[in-house]
Design a protein around this ligand. Sequence first.
Ligand code: G6P
Length: 603
Amino acid sequence: MCGIVGYVGPQKAEEILLSGLSRLEYRGYDSAGVALLTPDGLRLVRQVGKIANLVQAVQRAGLTGHLGIGHTRWATHGLPTEENAHPHTDCTGRIALVHNGIIENHRELRAELVARGHRFQSQTDTEVLVHLVEEHYRGDLVEAVRRAVARAVGAYAVAVVHADHPEEIVAARQGSPLVATARPAEGFLASDVPALLPYARAFYFLEDGEVAQVRPGSLRVWDRHGRPKEPVLREVPWDPLSAEKAGFRHFMEKEIHEQPRAVADTLRSELSTPWEEGLSGLDLSRVEHIYLVACGTSYHAALVAEYLWEPLLGLPVSAEIASEFRYKNPALGPTTLVVAISQSGETIDTLMAARGAKERGAPLLAVVNVVGSALAREAQAVLYTRAGLEIGVAATKTFTAQIAALALLGLWLARARGALTEEELRQAKEELSRAPRLVEEVLQLGPRLEALAQKFYTYPNFLYLGRGLLYPLALEGALKLKEISYIHAEGYAAGEMKHGPIALIHEGMPVVVLYSADELPEKVVANMQEVRARRGILLAFADAPDPEVEELADHIVLLPRSSRRLLPFTFTPALQLFAYHVARLKGTDVDQPRNLAKTVTVE
Ligand code: G6P
């Protein structure tokens, strides 16, 4: 949610800021801006809309400099206007600041600052911070930022520059991500690694409460008590090319096609043991209930795990929406294992739900894609998905990678609790190792799914139905369609259709039904009959040629036959491709759908 970049060094700062912002655009894209230190002082360029608008505005302004900060915004307080776009400046115009997060006590702070004569130019919560820095500035920018953020309640990652400090960017973090790095004669910082991949491969991930100073060739860090700390840089495995589209029309299309690799890498790396060591400290025999906590697509992966794990472990397993779990006062303690699932590892609701669970004594495991992210640091053991960098805002390859990781984790837990023999474990792993090949087979259906999308992209409503393990996949299929094509799509448990959604079915209403010989096929056929009887249009995604399904369905997408455990790997890519082609044909912004952000660091 909002992206920050900062640069100091001999290169043209505006170029690095703009290219960094365009790589962070997935974090928000309603307005953007940069502050550059030029020979004429600190200059701002801000624009409503996407980074492309800002690039043109910077070119028109003809600005160049060697120190600067940039920001891409996802509005929380104040409309997406130029005045509300970051950077914000103090009363003197000599200090500029960018911020990601929410300052919860901004009203009190603003009233206080206005009473002391500060003039505000925006409706944002952020602007209070730059006036606070101004108040505390006595020649030492690090100290001024430290004192300013000490007054703020809420979440922030900030970067600050001052016209009198041509070689210094000061940053602070509390709850919102920030990475920094330095190389000879240069210093960089950003909300997230992708912004800086062309320039560096090793980064320092700031911790909550820390303040950092980035200068050419140097990175200094202080902890929350103001004590200096040696920043240990961490290598990230992603290669800069992963941030390119490589001939695909959209990142989403590319990432859908990267799934065989993402799943294979996740399965392979977890077949080796480092994460098991993290788990070995946990007394799993005492676990009585498992909660899987997540948001968005990761929540759908959690639901898949609930269906996979419960019969395997013989324990109650519940998938929980993090924003609800966090506040519902769940009964947690040493016998409740909490597994938090997040692509970014920074989603605030998931992070806070996980932290709350840990504070109440629950053992905490994390399934995360981003190395070094806040959730990874919070958990006692981390299972990394190896999906690589995902840029499309709609999650695709990270979803199937999460399912691969969770499927393995379920097996491991079952084994550790004595619910599986060594031989059963071996067979199950062998079965899972077929997943990448299955995904590849499904991807061959691209032209078939494109043709189907061609027939349906003008319909305004869709219903997606599934039972058992196919129910969370129906939810995910509907979510993909609605978030990228803006078509209203509802996912439902097929058996629940008769309790409400059936009222929506009429002549011409498309209903996507997921059918597998492994998940209550007769019941699903009965649900199809119910749709048919009301003249709905049936689109069946089926993994077995069944004469009844063929007779009932208006359109069938025949998927490769697998086994129950592997169903997510056949149905998911097909549903993703269908949604992708519908959105592409509608001409929406597939990689950056309106109002969404990839990483949601606000409640
Ligand atoms: C946002 C993204 C979704 C993602 C969700 C959870 O809403 O747009 O694609 O599934 O956040 O993100 P996480 O990083 O925690 O998996």
